[in-house]
Design a protein around this ligand. Structure first.
Ligand code: SF4
Ligand code: SF4
Length: 368
């Protein structure tokens, strides 16, 4: 494992505290201080997070305020930002400059799928990242991964220099046939690659559990639903890091309380997880993690994850109103029935959701 990483919880900077359209620096400064003072040191970002504002907020609230050796900073090479081999290095150098650092501790080839891997190979992205490593501009090369275990095996075979793999893992997706968390975990362990976990609370879906599921955790007494999801992921074999996208101080305090001295779930807690998982699966919910990778390319500007959240709220909590749905589409410009079925969104969905079909159902639910 990596000795410089102090604890198993990482600060995922994809969903930072916001004030309107801007990152709330006052709160982010405080959260950064609390995180570091509690003995944690791992921060994760990518150029596209919060339209570039995640990288600049990290520069202002972390990099400018703490000595470089006191934190671990992970960034990613995202396929959207280069089309040719020549564009990779300038983009990487720009990321270093924006973040105000001389090196990244971990640099991940972002969202690797079969198709994106082909593009990364065509542009010699892996070879170039290995050059950055030789130059001391990255410490460790890794990938973040969103495809089948078979594709993961292929990538790790072709590039044995990969040191770590970031996978989606949570108790609901563990056996999911599309996400294949367990199988991907097994491949990482087979290749001896330490694992970073993303989406441990499934984009927030495992934080506020519906009636019929949360009771199992409440019976255990006192701890938040998120705590069981994060400890489940952190306890899986080979996992050295669990990322949590913390967007306010309360979430952070909750996370720190049980990850400061991490203990894996005990047998009784694991049994409760199995029951919650079964209850959760019996509900008709859309497995969207609100990553928003699908929204940029939509020609009708449909706010896909927000419409899915509306549908989930209606199906799980029976808590919805048509005005809320209307607010979402009025603000963004597209309602579910505006979808022209071009399919662009589905190509970028890491959960492999049939977005077009799901939008038809959302339109039926809300627009009749
Ligand atoms: S299929 Fe529909 S929702 Fe998806 S990008 Fe095209 S118009 Fe937008
Ligand atoms: S539909 Fe897919 S790509 Fe879009 S936000 Fe949800 S999980 Fe992400």
């Amino acid at each position: 494992m990596f000795e410089e990483v102090k604890k198993k919880l990482g600060f995922g900077c994809m969903r930072l505290p916001m004030r309107g359209d801007e990152v709330d620096y006052e709160q982010f400064n405080k959260m950064t201080d609390d995180f570091i003072n509690a003995g944690f040191n791992y921060f994760d970002t990518a150029h596209g997070y919060i339209q570039g504002k995640s990288e600049t907020a990290i520069r202002d609230c972390l990099v400018k305020r703490y000595p470089r050796e006191s934190y671990i900073l992970t960034n990613k090479l995202t396929g959207d930002y280069f089309q040719t081999e020549e564009e990779v290095r300038p983009f990487f150098e720009k990321q270093l400059e924006i973040c105000g650092v001389d090196y990244f501790d971990f640099y991940l080839m972002h969202t690797q799928t079969k198709n994106l891997f082909a593009k990364f190979k065509r542009c010699r992205a892996y070879e170039q990242a290995l050059e950055f490593k030789k130059e001391g501009k990255i410490k460790h090369l890794g990938i973040s991964f969103h495809d089948t275990a078979e594709v993961l095996e292929q990538i790790l075979t072709e590039y044995p220099q990969i040191e770590t793999v970031q996978i989606q893992l949570n108790y609901v997706d563990y056996e999911d046939p599309a996400v294949q968390s367990r199988k991907c975990l097994e491949v990482c362990n087979k290749f001896n690659k330490p694992i970073i976990v993303m989406e441990p609370v499934k984009g927030g879906n495992l934080v506020n559990l519906p009636e019929g599921a949360k009771g199992y955790f409440e019976e255990l007494g006192g701890m938040s639903s998120a705590s069981y999801a994060i400890r489940f992921a952190a306890g899986c074999e080979g996992v050295f890091m669990v990322l949590s996208g913390m967007s306010d101080t309360a979430q952070m305090q909750d996370n720190l309380s049980y990850m400061k001295d991490f203990k894996p779930l005990n047998e009784k807690e694991m049994q409760a997880v199995v029951k919650v998982c079964a209850a959760f699966k019996g509900m008709n919910i859309i497995q969207c993690t609100a990553c928003r990778y699908c929204t940029d390319g939509c020609p009708k500007k449909i706010s896909i994850p927000d419409l899915f959240a509306c549908s989930n709220a209606k199906n799980i909590y029976h808590d919805w109103n048509a005005d809320y749905y209307k607010d979402i589409y009025s603000e963004s410009g597209g309602k579910a029935s505006d979808c022209i079925s071009c399919g662009k969104c589905e190509k970028s969905c890491p959960q492999h959701l049939p977005i077009r079909e799901l939008l038809k159902k959302v339109a039926e639910e809300f627009e009749n």
